[in-house]
Design a binder for this molecule. Structure first.
Ligand SMILES: Nc1ncnc2c1ncn2[C@@H]1O[C@H](COP(=O)(O)OP(=O)(O)O)[C@@H](O)[C@H]1O
Ligand SMILES: [Mg+2]
Length: 274
């Protein structure tokens, strides 16, 4: 186990709590409403996926949780403090679709970069081993496959021993085989360490396989239209995807997505920006 982080949340309190969050961006011709009255609580150790159509505000919601965006209205609490406090304390790790590694630094030195900024210590080679990059410490990002670069980004997100991982379509740019391998790795890691995870994806099967709960959002302005528990046994593997329970859950998530999409289309006006 890696050293745990300083920010502590009161016993029983959610790791993430979003209350009445709405957000609009300034846009030519008026504000662009992106999120509408979002309420979401994630318990410590829980794995929650957020699924919704492209442009519905998933990244915006994640950025609000990460303290990178101040919502127009509503509140967010992360690990018992404000998102900015969590950000400053490196209490969460963030993995986005683009690994964002420095091309001139080795994998080891990319992961170590965060430690250089804070002066903290961690066993970087051991961490790289945990994400399946043992032996590749000295490689540069350009010498790795897309999947390996995403593993390096995951190691970088874990280097401060966060209790919360925010993942924004982290496997979106990977080919199907790398994506499957990453899912299995992430499951293994989560089973071992039970970090709280908020995972954004638009891949329904992926959300069901990984999560304790799948939260479904409507098209923009994103609202939560369903919160579906996933009671499948753990540990899970690709074999879990062949069970009737799995397929029924996938169908349920899809039905919620389609229902929300249909009602949003019916309600939209001709001038509505896409
Ligand atoms: N910084 C920004 N300024 C203005 N509009 C933005 C900004 N970020 C996102 N948007 C708009 O907000 C909407 C939701 O974006 P986003 O949260 O990225 O959606 P998703 O991640 O679900 O695809 C989109 O219409 C997008 O154009
Ligand atoms: Mg996004």
């Amino acid at each position: 186990m890696i050293e745990s982080n300083a920010v502590s949340s009161p016993a029983g309190a959610p790791a993430v709590e979003v209350r009445g969050l709405s957000h609009a961006f300034d846009a030519p011709g008026g504000g662009l409403a992106v999120l509408s009255a979002v309420d979401l609580a994630i318990a410590p150790g829980e794995f929650v996926s957020l699924v919704g159509p492209s442009g519905c505000g998933k990244t915006t919601l994640l950025r609000a949780v990460a303290g990178l965006l101040a919502p127009s209205t509503g509140g967010v609490e992360v690990l018992g403090g404000t998102p900015r406090q969590a950000q400053r304390a490196h209490a969460y790790g963030l993995v986005a679709q683009d690994p964002g590694l420095l091309p001139w630094r080795s994998v080891h030195d990319n992961v170590r970069l965060g430690l250089e900024l804070t002066g903290r210590q961690a066993d970087v080679p051991a961490l790289l081993g945990r994400v399946g990059l043992g032996g590749f410490e000295r490689y540069r990002p350009g010498e790795l496959s897309g999947g390996m670069r995403q593993r390096a980004a995951l190691a970088r997100a874990l280097v401060h021993g966060p209790r919360l991982l925010l993942m924004d379509e982290p496997f979106g740019a990977l080919d199907e085989l790398s994506r499957e391998a990453m899912r299995v790795e992430l499951l293994r890691l989560w089973e071992a360490e039970r970090i709280t995870v908020l995972f954004v994806t638009h891949a329904v099967r992926e959300a069901v396989l990984l999560s304790d709960r799948v939260v479904v959002m409507s098209p923009r302005p994103g609202r939560i239209v369903a919160d579906i528990p996933v009671p499948l046994a753990r540990p899970r593997s690709e074999a879990s995807e062949d069970t009737p329970e799995f397929l029924a859950l996938v169908a349920r998530v899809r039905a919620s997505l389609h229902a929300a999409h249909g009602s949003a289309r019916a309600a939209s006006t001709p001038g509505d920006a896409l």
